[in-house]
Ligand binder design. Structure first.
Ligand SMILES: [Fe+2]
Length: 149
């Protein structure tokens, strides 16, 4: 996984923060409820969906292949809960306090997930794989990502 990119942290976190700010970058009066289901939410879903697809179809299986099964299963579980957050947030439209509270927990969880991947688990996987296997995994991730293009 030499040059494989984990989820690009800042764009997703920035989008989540924009949802929480509830200011209007479209020039209309808007709160988080108005943002939801529009551009930012769609972009978050797109970023996270592609990220999840690449990792679940390439990286996590590679992790299991080198004995990191429990770690891969935990990360896969996190992805499931990201979808749960998005589902729950959609149901909180109109309840500003609950929406903000859920959003804060969501942000914290995705940051933890990304930090664990970037600083601990992906470097461990990279070390476990040889140069050729890292390169093969990178290509496999790219191939998976292209399926969504
Ligand atoms: Fe992930």
């Amino acid at each position: 996984m030499n040059d494989a990119q984990p989820l690009q942290r800042q764009p997703v976190v920035d989008l989540v923060d924009r949802l929480g700010e509830g200011d209007d970058h479209r020039g209309e009066a808007a709160g988080c409820e108005d943002f939801w289901g529009i551009a930012d939410a769609a972009r978050i879903g797109g970023h996270l969906g592609k990220h999840a697809f690449e990792e679940e179809n390439a990286v996590y299986p590679a992790m299991r292949g080198v004995g990191m099964t429990a770690e891969a299963d935990d990360l896969n579980r996190d992805h499931g809960y990201v979808k749960q957050y998005l589902y729950d947030l959609a149901d909180l439209i109109g309840d500003h306090v609950s929406f903000q509270s859920k959003l804060a927990v969501f942000r914290k969880d995705i940051e933890k997930h990304m930090a664990e991947e970037e600083t601990k688990l992906f470097p461990k996987l990279k070390t476990s794989l040889g140069k050729a296997a890292n390169q093969a995994l990178k290509h496999r991730m790219t191939k998976e990502g292209m399926k969504l293009s």
